[in-house]
Design a protein around this ligand. Structure first.
Ligand SMILES: NC(=O)c1ccc[n+]([C@@H]2O[C@H](COP(=O)([O-])OP(=O)(O)OC[C@H]3O[C@@H](n4cnc5c(N)ncnc54)[C@H](OP(=O)(O)O)[C@@H]3O)[C@@H](O)[C@H]2O)c1
Length: 166
């Protein structure tokens, strides 16, 4: 399995506010759709319930401890360990799509981070992307865009191989 994180973050790593996104960036949502379509997406319970609907053309995995009814096409795991047990030996590319608690638990496991770096900040944000050491990654700017007067870049951080894995 290949694990990739995808997130849109403000200048201070802002991710969300009141269980919703902070900035409305239609072309970033298109980028998200292009990158993740045909793959598996994994999210926390809060992120799942913040979405208007199940993400089409993707296997939707939700991590939660709470037993409740989900649409039959959603795959539920009660722990990250049980997800890893099932997926570790597959060829799937799994995209970690949030939110904050899930990014924090996967940041050291993912090899690629697709970050939309937004040139805006929000002091009221309630959740933040975790800090990570950029020295351990090769950085590529995939593109630049502007929606509703808000500029942003699509940046790919690819983890450098460690001495042990060479
Ligand atoms: N900017 C972006 O790219 C982006 C992307 C995604 C989300 N967001 C934003 O992020 C916010 C949501 O983030 P969040 O941190 O509040 O919530 P979250 O990570 O989406 O979900 C948290 C929930 O997931 C479950 N969970 C997490 N780790 C678990 C584990 N190890 N075992 C079992 N269950 C686990 C728990 O659910 P139970 O309580 O059911 O156990 C936990 O309460 C929203 O504002 C959303 O809009 C932003």
């Amino acid at each position: 399995m290949k694990l990739s994180i995808i997130a849109a973050i403000g200048s201070n790593n802002e991710l969300g506010l009141n269980n919703d996104l902070i900035w409305h960036l239609p072309n970033d949502l298109k980028f998200f759709k292009n990158v993740t379509s045909g793959h598996t997406v994994l999210m926390g319970r809060n992120t799942f319930f913040s979405l208007p609907k199940i993400l089409p053309n993707r296997t939707n995995i939700v991590i939660t401890d709470i037993e409740e009814k989900y649409p039959s096409e959603v795959v539920i795991y009660n722990s990250i360990e049980s997800f890893l047990n099932d997926y570790n030996n597959t060829n799937e590319e799994v995209f970690i799509i949030g939110g904050a608690s899930i990014y924090k638990q996967f940041i050291d496991l993912a090899d690629k981070l697709y970050l939309t770096e937004i040139e805006a900040s929000c002091s009221e944000a309630s959740v933040y992307f975790p800090l990570f050491n950029k020295d351990n990654y090769d950085k590529t700017i995939i593109g630049e865009n502007c929606d509703n007067d808000i500029k942003y870049k699509h940046v790919l951080y690819k983890r450098r191989p460690t001495m042990n894995s060479q």
